[in-house]
Write a protein that binds this ligand. Sequence first.
Ligand code: ATP
Ligand code: MG
Length: 295
Amino acid sequence: MSQSVRVEKLSFHYNNDTRWILKNVSFEICEGDVVGIVGPSGVGKSTLCYCLKGIIPDVIPGNLVGNVWIDNINTRQVSAGKIAEHIGIVFQDPESQIVGLTVEEELAFGPENMEEDPAEILSRMPVLLDLVGLGTFRRQETYKLSGGQKQRLAIASALMMHPKILILDEPTSELDPVGREEVYQAVRNLKEKGVTIILVDHHIEEMLDVVDRLLVFEDGMLVEDSKPRDFFQRDLTGKYTWLRRPQVVQVGSMLHSAGVAKGFMNPLEEEFIEELREILASGNAPDSVAAGGER
Ligand SMILES: Nc1ncnc2c1ncn2[C@@H]1O[C@H](COP(=O)(O)OP(=O)(O)OP(=O)(O)O)[C@@H](O)[C@H]1O
Ligand SMILES: [Mg+2]
């Protein structure tokens, strides 16, 4: 697979603050990968997204050391507008990103500004709306959409510009569980289509079954780059206390401490259930577990 993103020894501080927000960060992302980014609030996740999108250093000034390549283009050498053809971004606030009065107007806005062929713009709309589960909303007024629908429209809007890479910076943090699941379904659809996705989210539970890799940040540094399964199948006691463990992981670690599960259980829900079935079938589970838990 060819490389979509390459970050090499990236450090950054904003102009009005000498504190280094990102410190010597290096990683690569291949085409079609879905990569989750997690870290405590204020660690620099959004700042990293701005660096990937080329907004830093082109629009937001500061001191950038190291290099970022998007589709083999060094972000230092081109404008953020040029990088926008390669990488789209959706932010957390559904209200602030929609400019069109109707869904159709919203989708047309970016490509019309780029003076794209109107017939080509129109032909892309139904495809992208289907992909994000808004196939029947094409003529809907945008103010009538729910938060989750607005976020999915923002995703479709970003994709109208043909980027191969999409950044989602906490796309579900202002949504209820239904809206969140709808956005995640859209992300799964995009993954199937081979879109490279960088997903920042505090909801690691939903993230787990969609991301191929987890990048973990602490104190501006990339401290882990691992498969989600490897990340959770070990003793995390005292580590990453800012990270809310998925329920499956919490139950798995209780079963491990109780000696019911021999190793750390698989954090992915379906595989966890399969492992649990095997434990129950093996007859190793204490009576209380086999009976469905103590009352
Ligand atoms: N334009 C700016 N100028 C100066 N400092 C900034 C600017 N934007 C962000 N910061 C600071 O940079 C640090 C990292 O912020 P950033 O928004 O990247 O963190 P984050 O990990 O995305 O946090 P959250 O999880 O809350 O979204 C914070 O201390 C923030 O106050
Ligand atoms: Mg942020």
